[in-house]
Design a protein around this ligand. Structure first.
Ligand SMILES: Nc1ncnc2c1ncn2[C@@H]1O[C@H](COP(=O)(O)OP(=O)(O)OP(=O)(O)O)[C@@H](O)[C@H]1O
Length: 286
């Protein structure tokens, strides 16, 4: 029965990705302690925190590169804590890397195809030999990749260019294209605008929004650019010393006293507001 009633309250959807009480240690160092949060389907969720807070460790644990000492990663209701990274990608959890991880001598198109291969049932060697199912999948891949992803990310003019010859901002866009080629349900972006100038940052912010709005892909990102995080995110998770110290809507997190303390010690709240808006502090504006 699907009737709706006036005043009917729609319960929030269950999270597509759930991180539960994650603890990660390196020797004696606890990089994460009891970290938990949910990523709602269709949301843009950001993880922020001062340097060394554990953001990269968390990303690597969610994507399967690190194995937690305790806790669970649950994707679409299934426990994937022990699922290897390529299988997570096939399930729909794709990621980009903080430092560009493209094959620099290869063209844009070939890099994107490699992303797609992670998604195919045939292995990459079959695909390279164009045998059997791989050949049909290759045809499908070309349509899919060339017509949708390349058009969407406005990289048509560079599809045959070697990645190494491209400016940094475009390389980051190609990396996003490669992650999108895996047709993820959740796209994990590791510092998508790090090292970008203002114009490149604005372009990337627009693509992230469109990935969510037009493609319905859920986005989970780690990012230092506070202006972008606060503008784009529906939900912000704040880490400090490996623990979640606050989470909620951007405005809520910006006003949280513990977040203020984490970023600036007992500093000036006005400074924090500027910092959280992505503006230079007076002391930094030389
Ligand atoms: N491979 C490792 N071996 C030992 N300690 C590590 C390793 N990776 C991270 N750590 C430690 O774990 C903690 C969290 O580091 P992590 O890199 O996850 O933080 P971060 O929030 O991503 O920092 P940044 O913003 O500087 O990238 C730090 O104390 C760090 O020194």
């Amino acid at each position: 029965m699907s009737a709706t009633f006036p005043g009917h309250v729609i319960a929030p959807a269950s999270p597509v990705l759930q991180v539960e009480a994650l603890t990660l240690t390196f020797g004696g160092v606890k990089a994460l302690t009891g970290v938990g949060f949910g990523v709602q389907p269709g949301s843009i969720t950001a993880v922020i925190g001062p340097n060394g807070a554990g953001k990269t460790s968390l990303f690597n644990t969610i994507s399967g590169f690190y194995r937690p000492a305790a806790g669970r990663v649950v994707f679409e209701g299934n426990d994937i804590t022990r699922t290897p990274p390529p299988q997570r990608a096939r399930l729909g959890l794709a990621r980009s890397f903080q430092n560009i991880a493209l094959f620099r001598g290869m063209t844009v198109l070939d890099n994107i195809k490699l992303g797609r291969h992670a998604h195919l049932k045939t292995n990459v060697f079959d695909a390279l030999l164009y045998v059997g199912r791989a050949r049909r999948e290759e045809a499908e891949l070309r349509r899919d990749v060339e017509e949708r992803i390349i058009d969407f990310l406005e990289i048509d003019h560079i599809r045959h260019a070697p990645v190494a010859a491209l400016p940094y901002g475009l390389q980051k866009r190609v990396e996003m294209a490669r992650a999108l080629a895996m047709q993820p349900k959740v796209l994990m972006l590791d510092e998508p605008v790090a090292g970008m100038n203002r114009e490149e940052t604005e372009d990337m912010a627009r693509f992230i929004l469109d990935v969510r709005n037009e493609w319905g892909v859920t986005v989970l990102m780690v990012e230092h650019d506070m202006g972008m995080v606060m503008d784009l995110s529906d939900h912000v998770v704040v880490l400090n010393f490996g623990q979640v110290i606050a989470q909620g809507a951007p405005a809520q997190v910006q006003a949280d006293p513990e977040v203020i303390r984490a970023y600036l010690g007992a500093g000036d709240v006005g400074d924090l507001r500027r910092k959280l808006r992505g503006e230079a502090l007076p002391s930094e504006a030389a």
